[in-house]
Write a protein that binds this ligand. Structure first.
Ligand SMILES: Cc1cc2nc3c(=O)[nH]c(=O)nc-3n(C[C@H](O)[C@H](O)[C@H](O)COP(=O)(O)OP(=O)(O)OC[C@H]3O[C@@H](n4cnc5c(N)ncnc54)[C@H](O)[C@@H]3O)c2cc1C
Length: 293
């Protein structure tokens, strides 16, 4: 008997992952599942546990680089409408994890709610953002999260209250579970003021970040709040450096861009080179922000 036999139509074997990631690179998943309900998702996770198979969650794919060998075990792609509900009551929002972050930002702005506009321009989903506490200089999503409903590794669905949630720089304690939905609390504000702030942030981001290319955002975390990884990489003389068809962006040196024909090896070599040079020249060991699978 093959694993996941009873999940006919939900799980496929040897499925390519590249089209599901912003880098558009890398090999297939042994198994790829697109569950349509939390119950189905729970069954899949329990089956992985029983069979001793690893599992991973792939949402918007904007922070993941898949190696050429692909991913062992099960990749769970969250995209179903059952993970995409949004309800707004006053300043409280309950939002499914598969909702695109940009859609939530627009929806809350239209409801006259402020806070999430600081995240303008961040691709991917609400679940991916909460898991990695995505954000920028003006704040991160974790500060608005009041509760998270998650599928625990034992297959049970539980709600974690604010006291059980820890968010720090590009990190949360939600990396051992599947985030199903989150409750956020924002503040009431004037729609026009929120939209003005969104526009301002978007203009600055578009100027400074290479949108419209195959990338996964910042490769490295900033080593300290005052010192940006991008500045160190630029000062190391690496802006614009190419290996094969991959390039360290000359617009934002913490981005690696994969041009057509680039391989995962090209990107990984640039990452290694950057780490070596920044350590050699400045003594900082850069920590990855992207997930390499
Ligand atoms: C052009 C560009 C600009 C970017 N700018 C920013 C920025 O300004 N600030 C910033 O912080 N990031 C930025 N990023 C990185 C990325 O967009 C964010 O990290 C985003 O929040 C990831 O969401 P995703 O849905 O794409 O997650 P994925 O890439 O699919 O997954 C990322 C990680 O989260 C986990 N995950 C995803 N969904 C869930 C879930 N429901 N439950 C549990 N785990 C889950 C995955 O397993 C994986 O480990 C940028 C990326 C790009 C390409």
């Amino acid at each position: 008997m093959q694993p996941f036999d009873e999940f006919h139509g939900v799980v496929r074997a040897s499925e390519p992952l590249a089209p599901l990631t912003w880098f558009r690179l890398g090999g297939p998943a042994d198994f790829l599942a697109r569950p349509s309900s939390a119950e189905e998702l729970s069954g899949l996770v329990q089956q992985c546990t029983q069979a001793g198979l690893p599992w991973h969650v792939l949402a918007g794919g904007s922070n993941v680089l898949v190696r050429d060998e692909g991913v062992r075990g099960l990749v769970i792609h969250l995209e179903s409408p059952s993970f995409s509900d949004v309800t707004i009551e006053g300043a409280r929002i309950v939002c499914g994890s598969a909702v695109p972050l940009t859609a939530l930002i627009s929806q809350t702005a239209r409801a006259g709610l402020a806070g999430l506009e600081t995240l303008t321009g961040i691709p991917g989903t609400v679940g991916g953002a909460v898991r990695g506490n995505s954000g920028g200089r003006q704040g991160a999503i974790g500060q608005f999260v009041r509760r998270a409903t998650v599928l625990e590794p034992d297959g049970q669905i539980r709600t974690r209250a604010q006291d059980d949630l820890i968010f720090s720089y590009r990190r949360s304690n939600l990396d051992d579970c599947v985030i199903l939905s989150v409750e956020l609390e924002l503040e009431h504000d004037d729609l026009e003021a929120v939209v003005r702030r969104m526009r301002r942030i978007w203009i600055v981001k578009k100027e400074n970040q290479p949108y419209g290319h195959q990338s996964a955002g910042c490769i490295f975390k900033n080593p300290t709040p005052e010192i940006s990884a991008g500045t160190l990489i630029d000062q190391a003389g690496l802006s614009g450096r190419r290996i094969g068809e991959a390039e360290i962006s000359d617009r934002h040196a913490n981005y690696v861009i994969a041009d057509p024909g680039a391989s995962v090896a090209d990107v990984l070599e640039l990452i290694d080179l950057t780490r070596e040079e920044v350590l050699r020249q400045f003594g900082y060991e850069l920590e990855l922000q992207i997930q390499i699978w």
